[in-house]
Structure formats: C-alpha cells, structure tokens
Design a protein around this ligand. Structure first.
Ligand code: HEM
Length: 144
C-alpha cells in the first residue's frame, strides 16, 4: 500500500468507527441511558436528599409524604422519558396549583436534580436530554 492508499484506508476505518459510535448513542433511549427504572429511582432518592438540604426550597416539602413523592416522581420521570411506566398521580398543574412557586424555586429544584444526576454518575449529555424533557413542566409548576 502506498502512502496515499494508507491514508485513505485509515480515513475509512476512522469514519466507520466514528459512525458506529454515533449510531450507538443515537440508538440508546433516554430511559436506558438513565439506567432504567432503578437508575431513575436512584436519581429521585438523591434529589430528595438534596432538596432536604436546600434552604431555598426545603420548607416547601414540610409535611409531604416523601415515599409517595418518591414513587410519583420516579414514575413521572420514567413516563416522560418514554419508559414502560404510567404516572398515576394528578397532572403537574393540579399538583403544584395554589402554592405560587417562583421561578427561583423552580431553578433551585433543577439545580438539585442536576446535582443528583451528577452524584449518580449520569453523563452531561444525558443530563441535558432529561432537562429538555422536563423543561415544559415549568409552565405548569411556576405561578404566573
Ligand atoms: C422540574 C420541575 C418539577 C417537576 C418535574 C416536579 C414534579 C413533581 C411530581 C411528579 C410530583 C408528584 C409526586 C406524586 O405523585 O406524589 C410533585 C409533587 C410536589 N412538588 Fe414538584 N416538580 C417540580 C418543581 C417543583 C417546585 C419548583 C416545587 C416547589 C419548590 C415543587 C414542590 C412540590 C411539592 C411540595 C410536591 C408534593 C405535593 C404533595 O404530595 O402534597 N415542585 N412534583
């Protein structure tokens, strides 16, 4: 093989390799990337611990049944990422109605969720995929 041929061959091998990797990440569903229900449940668990330490929002959860919340949140996330779950609770508007939650509080919960995903070892691109799915919740949670 002359030098030109070697370069061309190397280029082809690289292309096949790169496109195989790109394909693989495109094929992995968000539900899979989060580690299925177990992974989502671990994130919710961490989220609750983070909320409990977060002075900005922890008072909002006083008296809330957190084991019910844990299941509701995990089921909701699982359903949002098109996992094999049904969220059996009320819709997001109804759940958050009447509390006048603010933009700042919404951002605090998002911070706590990002931290939870970080603690669970979720890669940043996967974190962003989930955040994009949850962003539309904003209009139902925040008072305006
Ligand atoms: C990304 C934004 C948010 C999402 C995806 C979300 C999602 C949920 C879900 C799925 C539940 C129901 C759990 C169940 O079925 O029991 C819930 C409940 C609740 N959320 Fe949110 N939430 C968000 C933002 C907020 C914010 C900003 C606050 C206030 C700081 C808040 C306060 C609450 C409280 C207090 C409950 C418990 C209600 C109860 O059981 O009495 N949420 N949330």
């Amino acid at each position: 093989m002359n030098h030109r041929m070697k370069k061309l061959f190397g280029g082809i091998v690289l292309c096949v390799f790169v496109s195989a990797c790109a394909n693989q990440s495109r094929q992995q569903s968000l539900y899979e990337a989060l580690g299925q229900y177990e992974g989502i449940n671990n994130i919710t668990h961490q989220l609750i611990l983070n909320i409990a330490k977060d002075e900005r929002v922890k008072h909002r959860y006083k008296g809330v049944n957190m084991s019910k919340f844990k299941k509701g949140m995990s089921d909701y996330v699982c359903a949002v990422v098109e996992g094999p779950c049904t969220y059996g609770g009320d819709n997001m508007k109804l759940v958050h109605a009447g509390y006048n939650y603010t933009n700042t509080e919404f951002n605090a919960i998002v911070d706590d969720l990002i931290l939870a995903m970080e603690q669970c070892g979720i890669p940043v691109p996967t974190q962003n995929r989930l955040l994009a799915k949850l962003a539309p919740t904003y209009k139902d949670v925040v008072y305006h």
